[in-house]
Design a protein. Structure first.
Length: 185
């Protein structure tokens, strides 16, 4: 499936700022409760932007997980690196293009995430193939994206393409599909 989604870094930074101010109510708690990142894990966040999810995992594991954030925007990576230095964190931020082979060996990560960024992939089969390639056996892939007009699940966590125990995950708090929301429908 080919997708041609484009957005300027300025527009993306504006969207990230709005999300951080108004749209993240309880989503951080939900993400950590769902994924339960553990000390010692190797975690890759694809499309990390300014590093929000990387820092969330870093805080949750008290800096004891090896976290790599990848993005194709050098401007966003610079912002993430600056915050990383300010925090004294050890997150590794590096260039990563959804549409090119990931620069990691097979079986490198326990958890691969992509939160609200997958629409930058022009070929989902390729991008998901790369994500599964870099996951260790038993590793998990977590992808979230907005899909405004659908009642189908927005997020799934899967240990891989041959897994028989994948599960649908309940919507994040405050989403339009959640029964716990007070947001207008």
């Amino acid at each position: 499936m080919k997708i041609n989604y484009q957005e300027t870094s300025k527009d993306l930074l504006t969207r990230i700022d709005i999300h951080e101010k108004y749209g993240s109510a309880n989503i951080d708690v939900w993400t950590n409760e769902l994924l339960q990142p553990q000390p010692g894990m190797d975690i890759l966040d694809v499309g990390c932007g300014a590093g929000k999810l990387c820092f969330l995992f870093d805080d949750y594991t008290k800096g004891a997980a090896k976290i790599t954030g990848g993005d194709f925007s050098e401007e966003l990576l610079d912002k993430a690196r600056a915050k990383n230095a300010e925090r004294g964190s050890k997150v590794d931020f590096q260039f990563l293009d959804f549409n090119q082979p990931f620069a990691f060996a097979d079986d490198s990560f326990d958890l691969c995430t992509s939160a609200f960024a997958i629409y930058y992939a022009s070929d989902l089969d390729f991008t998901f193939g790369e994500a599964y390639r870099v996951l260790r056996p038993g590793g998990r892939l977590f992808v979230s994206a907005s899909k405004a007009t659908s009642s189908t699940p927005l997020t799934e966590s899967s240990p891989g393409p041959n897994c028989t125990n994948s599960k649908t995950i309940s919507p994040s708090p405050k989403s339009r599909r959640s029964s716990n929301t007070s947001a207008p429908r």
